[in-house]
Design a protein around this ligand. Structure first.
Ligand code: ATP
Ligand code: MG
Length: 261
């Protein structure tokens, strides 16, 4: 099983769009995929057509009670399951203060269901708090979506520092697999320049034994595509909403690249 956290503490860079559509693309190839929505905004949950409801158990219950992931996940398509979120999750940060081992709750619960899936993807909130730490402690890989504009690199050092700390203290398997460019405007100078700066950044900070020693940029760039922005309000992945769109094409190609096909 591969486990992947989709992380960037910067908001609105394409984390959820990537988590949802990459999950759907992998599931469409027959891989069993579970998407865990670890963001109190519950955007991934909504994007896949589920209504976050207080009477349904969610990832909040997984983190704060005895509930296992299997008690909570719901099948939303062939080969695709979702562990939904709920706004209550915003309180988990505070509720977990003082709980011993609060960073590794998800890791332990994930270990109980490793055989069920080929892929676990985790959509993270735009912060580096306890929720994101739980994701980093639980997975083997990090994917970093970046929007190529001039502030793309801002905060990247802090993110790498956090990944490094988690790798040293909680999870020695943790690796940054790569950068996914989202909302890419091909043909613009800015996009090309930012991509160049990011490559440069990684080559100057790359050291052996760091979790990003082998990080790469995925060849597939997710182009800006209005269909990708429309799909969430219909509660559908891009493959249901607009199968012929550039967005569908890009995420299908990213899934192939991720799977190494
Ligand atoms: N390739 C794209 N083309 C056009 N719009 C996109 C694309 N990718 C994402 N969007 C839109 O940009 C907005 C931000 O994307 P998304 O929600 O995936 O980012 P995020 O990093 O998950 O945000 P947050 O930090 O709030 O969780 C959304 O409205 C989404 O529909
Ligand atoms: Mg999001």
């Amino acid at each position: 099983m591969r486990s992947i956290a989709i992380i960037n503490q910067k908001g609105g860079v394409g984390k959820t769009t990537t988590a949802v559509n990459l999950s759907a693309a992998l599931a469409a190839t027959g891989q069993r995929v579970c998407l865990i929505d670890l963001d109190p905004q519950a955007h991934a949950t909504l994007h896949l057509g589920l209504q976050p409801a207080r009477d349904e158990r969610s990832v909040y219950d997984v983190l704060t009670s005895d509930a296992e992931l299997a008690d909570v996940w719901r099948e939303v398509g062939e080969c695709l399951w979702v562990v939904g979120s709920h706004i209550d999750l915003a309180a988990a940060e505070v509720e977990l203060v003082g709980v011993v081992g609060r960073e590794v709750i998800l890791r332990d619960k994930l270990a109980n269901c490793a055989d069920h899936f080929d892929y676990i993807l985790i959509d993270c909130p735009p912060s580096l708090g306890i929720l994101t730490l739980n994701a980093l402690a639980a997975v083997d890989e990090v994917f970093l979506p970046l929007q190529p504009h001039f502030l793309a690199l801002h905060g990247l050092s802090k993110l790498l520092q956090t990944i490094d700390l988690v790798a040293k203290r909680l999870n020695d398997r943790l690796k940054l697999t790569g950068v996914v460019y989202c909302m890419y405007e091909s043909g613009t100078r800015l996009a090309a320049e930012v991509a160049h700066d990011v490559d440069q950044f990684f080559s100057t900070t790359r050291q052996p034994l760091t979790p990003w020693a082998e990080a790469r940029t995925f060849q597939t760039r997710i182009r800006r595509n209005i269909r990708l922005a429309e799909a969430p309000s219909f509660g559908q992945s891009i493959f249901h909403y607009a199968p012929g769109s550039n967005g569908a094409e890009d995420y299908e190609q990213l899934a192939r690249e991720v799977a190494g096909v």
